[in-house]
Design a protein around this ligand. Structure first.
Ligand code: A2P
Length: 281
């Protein structure tokens, strides 16, 4: 499978496995099944409450630790130097791992939650940089950051973020954020590449899927990867877990990519901090 080389030299496969909303037993089985079926990049978060399940799934799969890239995230209510360090240790213990491959700030601090959001992000980032120096994290990055958040972070950062994980699917793909990250050599990862299922009835996607005799889900995932964006679809259904990694038997044309780019927005599903109310997003 194609790998993306990050700005710190580490590599990640272009397709990974998402675990958001996977509950205890379901999560263990899904992670184990995903690893047995070729996935080598896993995505979880402290907020998902399933790091233990992900850790158990890894152990049960028998896949050597060094072959797997594990991502977890620091929740946005814990953005201080001390909390970032202790939250990281908690995640490590829950996952039963010695190190994390990719650690992300889950959401930027915002003006509603922090008197000084710039300082909160900067302090959490400083802790992550120190953890990286200690060898406990291989790559550090962010999630749901807009260029404004990144610009503020760059003022004090010693290490450039390797990743920005953002909502990215045919119904909402943030081309401006993506272009900004690419220009800064920050690799983009897509969350909810299937638009939480809401995009699967779209007629443009359906007709492209028909042409390639494939599914709409695969067309979405292929479109994301053809933007050089890492995709981490989540599913707890075995058939779909297998389907979502088997997306390289066809390639969309430039015209089809443009056609999908132009699909009208479904609307933003996150809870983005309203720091820039006039911003078009
Ligand atoms: P399930 O876990 O029952 O398979 P997103 O990643 O965009 O948030 O979407 C996740 C949702 O899409 C989940 O509800 C998941 O359900 C469903 N899903 C995952 N893979 C597929 C697929 N290949 N086809 C249809 N639905 C899928």
């Amino acid at each position: 499978m194609k790998e993306m080389v990050l700005n710190d030299g580490n590599k990640l496969p272009i397709v990974g496995f998402g675990t958001y909303k996977a509950t205890e037993q379901e999560g263990i089985e899904a992670v184990k099944f995903a690893l047995e079926n070729g996935y080598r990049l896993l995505d979880t978060a402290a907020k998902y409450n399933n790091e233990e399940a992900v850790g158990k799934g890894i152990k049960l799969s028998g896949v050597p630790r060094e072959e797997i890239k594990v991502t977890t995230k620091l929740w946005r209510e814990n953005l201080s130097y001390e909390e970032a360090k202790s939250e990281f240790e908690t995640s490590l213990q829950k996952l039963q791992l010695e190190y994390i491959d990719l650690y992300l700030i889950h959401w930027p601090a915002n003006a509603k939650n922090y008197d000084n959001w710039q300082h909160a992000n900067a302090e959490a980032w400083r802790a992550m940089e120190d953890l990286q120096i200690e060898g406990k994290i291989k790559s550090i990055g962010v999630s749901n950051f807009w260029p404004e958040h990144l610009e503020a972070l760059f003022k004090t950062a010693r290490v450039f973020p390797a990743i920005n994980q953002i909502e990215f699917h045919p119904g909402y793909w943030q081309p401006d954020v993506t272009a900004y990250c690419k220009a800064k050599n920050i690799t983009v990862q897509s969350w909810s590449p299937l638009g939480r299922g809401e995009i699967l009835n779209n007629n443009i996607l359906k007709s492209i899927a028909k042409k390639y005799q494939t599914t709409v889900a695969k067309v979405c995932l292929r479109w994301v990867t053809q933007h050089d964006v890492i995709v981490i679809p989540k599913s707890t259904t075995k058939e779909r877990i297998k389907e979502n990694i088997d997306i390289f038997s066809f390639e969309l044309t430039q015209e089809e990519i443009q056609e999908i780019n132009a699909i009208p927005k479904l609307g933003y599903s996150g809870e983005h901090p309203n720091l820039w109310p006039d911003r078009e997003s």
